[in-house]
Design a protein. Structure first.
Length: 361
């Protein structure tokens, strides 16, 4: 028998009744917080923060000190996996992530070092253990990984991209080689997420940030197929606790009919789809939805415009769910933008709690 979780966020992901709609925010720790910018300056770089469990713990906890969030998310990055595989990650100010040794040839894929990879990521598991001690079971901790396709994008492009033509060249002219890379990443991600759960993560999330750049058929073959494999193979319970998982394909609103079949606990959706329509498409009481405020609104909006949109999102979900907010986790449709005023975040978090308490469970 699995034990009932005391955490509202876990309850919502498992579609149990909750006293209000829980909320956490992608990139809730980050550059919009002055205390984050200060610590990053002291550490010298973003990667130094990620690789130092004490500092990464402090950053993970920073947003929880300010806001009444319902969960913590591990402070790290999806790109630490390819970094540990030997691609050497670095960040260029205003340009984002880069790899010193991107994958250029088939031989690079064959030579990828995937043995003993978890030991190179010990700093992640140490951070999780540290955070768990500090949280003292007051809030759940979300662990995460990038999806195989999204990691492959960065590994083949060498960094961020506008058109994804490097990975598309592999996809259309050498799909066998791309599948080989995606298989390797899938095997590693399963081990990595299970190790995060064993270190203490209460929830895990897969970030498929770039699945949405694919055609319909390519998404099913090169992204969703591997997400399914991961969901099939990660722990669903650990030490008698249910460990819910969340799958987020940015731009995936058009594929909800396919995504709903892979057996995840929750689907994250961006702001381009109406949440009530998403609920109707998934038409099941087995699957939660996470989302979906436009992060642009939180960055540029005022209290009136934020309130109107929060009311609309909450109502669209409950109307499609027979008047109940059960199974909805409030979030943004993508990460918080760096220019966001923390006052707007405080307002949003309390508002979601206040307004959703008024709906029936
Ligand atoms: O959500 C959280 O608070 C947890 C921490 C987290 C970060 N990155 C911290 C971060 C998570 C879950 C991620 C995931 C991530 N990283 C994704 C998937 C989600 C998404 O946003 O689509 C992707 C694609 C990455 C890769 C990545 N890392 C990019 C593209 C960038 C640059 C972003 C930018 O706006 O310049 C990063 C750096 C990064 N990851 C920062 C943070 C707080 C900013 C680093 C800094 O300059 O201090």
């Amino acid at each position: 028998m699995t034990k009932l979780s005391p955490h509202i966020l876990v309850q919502a992901l498992l579609l149990q009744p909750t006293v209000y709609t829980p909320i956490w925010l992608m990139r809730q720790a980050g550059r919009y917080l002055p205390e984050y910018r200060k610590l990053r300056a002291e550490a010298g770089s973003f990667l130094n923060l990620c690789k130092n469990p004490e500092l990464a713990t402090e950053v993970t906890l920073q947003p929880l000190k300010r806001f009444n969030l319902d969960g913590a998310i591990l402070f790290s990055d999806i790109l630490v996996i390819p970094d540990a595989m030997g691609l050497d990650l670095y960040f260029v100010e205003n340009e984002g992530p880069k790899f010193a040794k991107p994958i250029l040839t088939l031989l690079d894929i064959d030579n990828l070092n995937v043995s003993n990879l978890l030991s190179k990521l010990d700093y992640v598991f140490d951070t999780i253990k540290n955070v768990k001690v500090k949280l003292n079971n007051q809030l759940p901790l979300i662990g995460f990984s990038g999806s195989p396709f999204t990691l492959a994008c960065y590994m083949l492009e060498g960094g961020s991209s506008k058109s994804y033509l490097s990975i598309k060249k592999w996809l259309y002219t050498n799909p066998v080689a791309l599948h080989k890379l995606l298989e390797k990443l899938t095997a590693v991600i399963i081990l990595y997420l299970n190790a995060q759960i064993e270190a203490g993560a209460d929830i895990v999330m897969l970030f498929d940030s770039w699945g949405g750049v694919l055609s319909d058929a390519a998404y099913a073959e090169f992204s969703l197929f591997y997400l399914q494999k991961i969901v099939n193979n990660i722990h669903k319970t650990y030490q008698n606790q249910a460990i819910p998982n969340i799958v987020f394909s940015k731009g995936g609103g058009v594929w909800l009919n396919q995504i709903k079949q892979i057996g995840a606990n929750a689907i994250g959706v961006d702001w381009t789809i109406n949440l009530g329509v998403a609920k109707q498409i998934i038409s099941t009481n087995q699957l939660a939805l996470q989302g979906n405020l436009d992060p642009g609104l939180l960055a540029v909006g005022d209290k009136i415009s934020i309130r109107l949109e929060v009311e609309r999102i909450l109502a669209s979900y409950t109307e499609a769910n027979h008047g109940s907010h059960s199974g909805h986790v409030f979030n943004l449709g993508h990460g918080i933008l760096p220019m966001t005023n923390p006052d707007n975040v405080a307002y949003l978090v309390d508002l979601v709690h206040e307004l959703s308490s008024g709906f029936t469970a």
